[in-house]
Unconditional design. Structure first.
Length: 470
């Protein structure tokens, strides 16, 4: 452990004690700040991420327990050690239930303080290591459909990080097979709820007569066959996250029931009379255009706006063809390990063919194709001729692409530019000539359509062009 990189905050209104603790820990090599009340401590914790806060329990204004609640509300990994006089030991014990690591009684034993600080930091390092291991194992167990360097995937990754630490309801929109559930799980795993349950419900798979019982549970005798109380998905997700997939297929009654829970925070089990309250974060997903369903009267407008506090739109694979090589590489590695096959690679021609295919089944379809090839193909290299017939049949020309009914001119132009850069040449000047526009106009359109994923490359092109003109 590099102690100089460990940030500790000491909080106590007794300035002499505060200075003594600060000096003792600085001699150990830690970076230590001090504050003399909770308000000052809150300002410091908003500016700096502290590994450990050592605070008095009883202070003017906010006490140490309330300081713990507020700091850990936005920085859950910050540990707390409380200093307490004999009369406030009960308050310190209460703080440990709130998440404090430990407490010390005054007058302080500096030797015990130093030992407890080291123990707390070792515990923190172990927790961090376990979290990293869990993320590594998760990545190894199932490759992410959201791999890639495209602007759309980058925007989703940033949005996931932003909303994960909040409690807002999220609506994830996208075609089937794009990875909507993975987005929901990523939000859950980055949130303060990550150690609690992630419960998934496919709304389209539940018949209306069973939906209420599945979501809210039922009591014994509520209907024929209800031989015992059974908790619903909301109760199972208490403290965690409830993922409602295919929310667009929820029945009108189900929509009303869900809205009531989201607004009131409570519900009654089927056949029950007691009001049940749970602490659940709801994340919904749909492959339908809910705004169109609202306009057509098939989906409640008030529920739509209640769900869509933060919308996340997952792009189809055909709109991020530049991510396909990375996805293919990860799928090849993953399935070779899972099925105990030797590692395979895909030829450049085969990769280009994959990039030209529109993938109506999105990443799920690509994933299935790669798994089939890993299992059935014997050679170490997968060539274009080894790809499935439907891929080769579609590949009439690298200069053709599919325009869907209802696409706007801007969408067609964006697709044409992407296809030119992906399949003809990634050189900006050559692409501009092929498109019949200037290099400056191409750069403007790349920025306009969010395709400028490699600004340094564009800058290099510009520099080379200027050097040629000299």
């Amino acid at each position: 452990m590099d102690k100089s990189k460990v940030n500790i905050l000491v909080v106590d209104d007794e300035r002499g004690l505060c200075a003594g603790v600060q000096e003792a820990l600085r001699r150990e090599g830690y970076s230590v700040d001090a504050a003399h009340d909770a308000d000052a401590a809150l300002k410091l914790t908003a500016q700096c991420l502290y590994n450990l806060v050592i605070t008095d329990v009883k202070m003017p204004g906010l006490d140490g327990v309330e300081l713990l609640r507020q700091v850990q509300g936005r920085s859950r990994d910050t540990l707390f050690i409380l200093m307490t006089a004999f009369g406030t030991v009960e308050r310190a014990v209460e703080a440990m239930k709130e998440g404090a690591y430990d407490y010390l009684t005054k007058p302080l034993d500096m030797k015990r303080l130093r030992a407890l600080v080291l123990k707390a930091l070792e515990f923190q390092a172990l927790v961090a290591e376990n979290n990293e291991l869990r993320l590594r194992l998760q990545k190894r167990s199932e490759p992410s459909p959201l791999l890639g360097a495209s602007e759309g995937i980058g925007a989703i990754a940033r949005l996931i990080d932003e909303v994960a630490q909040s409690e807002v309801t999220v609506l994830i929109e996208g075609e089937s097979g794009t990875g909507k559930e993975l987005v929901a799980r990523s939000i859950h795993l980055r949130s303060a709820r990550r150690d609690r349950s992630f419960i998934s419900v496919n709304c389209a798979a539940l018949p209306e007569q069973l939906l209420e019982a599945e979501l809210f549970g039922h009591v014994k005798g509520a209907f024929t066959g209800a031989i015992a109380n059974k908790p619903g998905r909301f109760q199972l997700a208490d403290g965690g996250t409830l993922f409602l997939d295919e929310i667009g297929d929820l029945s009108p009654k189900g929509q009303g029931d869900l809205l009531r829970v989201l607004e009131d925070g409570g519900f009654r089990m089927v056949g029950g009379t007691d009001l049940v309250r749970v602490n659940v974060r709801v994340i919904a997903a749909t492959n339908k255009k809910l705004q169109e369903a609202v306009a057509a009267g098939r989906f409640r407008e008030d529920l739509f706006y209640r769900l869509q506090i933060v919308p996340i739109v997952v792009p189809p694979l055909r709109e991020r063809a530049e991510d396909i090589p990375l996805l293919v590489e990860n799928f090849l590695e993953h399935f070779a390990a899972r099925h105990k096959r030797r590692r395979k690679e895909m030829s450049t021609e085969a990769l280009q063919l994959c990039q030209r295919f529109p993938w109506p089944g999105n990443v799920r379809q690509l994933r299935n194709v790669i798994e089939r090839l890993v299992i059935t193909h014997r050679s170490a290299t997968i060539d274009a001729a080894d790809l499935p017939d439907f891929l080769r049949a579609h590949d009439r020309s690298t200069t053709t692409f599919m325009v869907r009914h209802g696409m706007s001119l801007a969408e067609v132009e964006k697709l044409l530019i992407r296809q030119t850069l992906t399949h003809i040449t990634d050189n900006r000047e050559e692409s501009a000539r092929a498109l019949g526009i200037s290099r400056r106009a191409l750069q403007y359109k790349l920025k306009q359509y969010g395709l400028l994923t490699e600004p340094q490359s564009v800058a290099d092109d510009s520099t080379r062009s200027e050097e040629k003109s000299r």
